[in-house]
Design a protein around this ligand. Sequence first.
Ligand SMILES: CC(C)(COP(=O)(O)OP(=O)(O)OC[C@H]1O[C@@H](n2cnc3c(N)ncnc32)[C@H](O)[C@@H]1OP(=O)(O)O)[C@@H](O)C(=O)NCCC(=O)NCCS
Length: 158
Amino acid sequence: MPESYTIRPARPEDMPTMLEILKTVNMHHIPSPEMPELDWRCCFVAEIGDRVVGMSGYKILSATEGKTTLMAVLPEFRRWGIGRALQVKRMLILLDLDIRFLTTNADRPETIAWYKKYFGYQEIGTLPKEHEFGRPDVDCWTTLRTDLIAWNKAHKHE
Ligand SMILES: CC(C)(COP(=O)(O)OP(=O)(O)OC[C@H]1O[C@@H](n2cnc3c(N)ncnc32)[C@H](O)[C@@H]1OP(=O)(O)O)[C@@H](O)C(=O)NCCC(=O)NCCS
């Protein structure tokens, strides 16, 4: 049975652990052209006891547009609903800030399917990677976009 986890805003001292988690999916190349920076002020972490096991981030692009930055859950803690909780958290905070549209780039087919299945995303295009980041065998991002107002109306969130 999954142990209970909590989601909380990241703190500066979480940065090394967030980078360790991102390293497990080859998304730790920061700063790089693909990810110039990771602002802990715009990140959430998932904790089990005092262990950080997952993270998600976001960025505000304009008064109506936001983008997700990075997200990963340690492989041994996946399929417990932690990724969903981290994703819902960043969607709700953007909605609170009156952001309506959220763009996400993903490269794993199972993750792309997951975003579309649960969070109202649609594929809007592809973007070549500037260098290796994430899955080494995939050289472009699939760009996804969701309407946060429509998603929020269609689902109930705790
Ligand atoms: C994408 C990612 C963050 C999802 O994290 P997660 O914690 O496994 O996410 P969830 O547990 O919420 O959902 C994953 C699956 O587990 C299922 N699940 C959730 N709780 C479950 C439970 N208690 N028992 C069984 N299955 C469960 C979900 O239904 C979902 O299945 P589906 O995709 O077949 O519908 C994680 O897979 C990851 O780190 N991937 C690699 C990096 C990556 O692609 N990051 C995104 C960058 S854009």
